[in-house]
Design a protein. Structure first.
Length: 229
């Protein structure tokens, strides 16, 4: 099913969020080249207040989420044939850099190497990312279903532990949420995160089997997992 797209400044909750497209406070913003910025005339006419803009954006996100949850509905996948495929494809088949150690939202150090021998899904995300929020319930179900063989690690690239804890409680997250803010060394080692969500899947042999940029369905992830069991 093709994703619904809205006109104007509204965004699609199933489209990947460019890292530069959202400000620190979560406000969506359009990417533009420097030339466009210099040549474009200043906008005229009335503008929505901050509160009005948030209400409009929230209404669109809720509507798109309801469409996604409808029977038979599926969000589009951004995969190797789409933008960013070169960076994703470059790391597939290479030895996963599992020497990193990150802290989880409770301050406990987590060594990626400690999950040797299991299928590992590194999901790079952020609490302000709408498609990430759509994807997380599926990750919760996958962790529950394949927990014997699978470890999902949610690496937040832009959140503090104080922001992660209430989010984990609200979404009933049953896998470790790691603090990746300021850890560009980790994201770059796994092919970079030009957009969110971004997921690297490591097989039992320690190699990166798949790298996806953009939201995936539960069925798509499940296909990747079964191929590695």
């Amino acid at each position: 099913m093709e994703s619904d797209k809205t006109s104007g400044d509204d965004f699609d909750a199933t489209e990947p969020m460019l890292r530069g497209s959202v400000s620190a406070d979560g406000t969506a913003a359009l990417d533009a080249s420097s030339d466009d910025v210099e040549s474009a005339p200043p906008p005229e006419g009335p503008r929505l207040s901050r509160g009005g803009a948030w209400l409009a954006m929230g209404a669109v996100a809720v509507a798109l989420l309801l469409i996604y949850l409808a029977p038979g509905a599926a969000p589009p996948a951004v995969d190797g044939d789409d933008i960013g495929h070169e960076a994703d494809a470059a790391v597939v088949g290479s030895r996963a850099p599992m020497h990193f150690t990150l802290k989880d939202m409770n301050g406990v150090e987590v060594k990626l190497s400690s999950f040797k021998g299991k299928i590992v899904m590194l999901n790079f995300w952020a609490t302000w990312c709408p498609p990430c929020k759509v994807e997380i319930p599926d990750l919760v179900q996958l962790q529950k279903q394949y927990g014997e063989h699978l470890v999902i690690l949610g690496v937040s690239i832009d959140d503090t532990p104080e922001q992660l804890k209430p989010f984990a409680a609200e979404y009933h997250v049953n896998y470790p949420l790691l603090v990746g803010k300021g850890r560009d060394d980790v994201t770059e080692a796994f092919g970079g995160t030009w957009a969110l969500p971004s997921t690297a899947i490591i097989g039992r042999d320690g190699k990166i089997a798949r790298k996806h940029t953009g939201i995936r369905t539960k069925e798509q992830f499940e296909s990747d997992i079964k191929a590695l069991l």
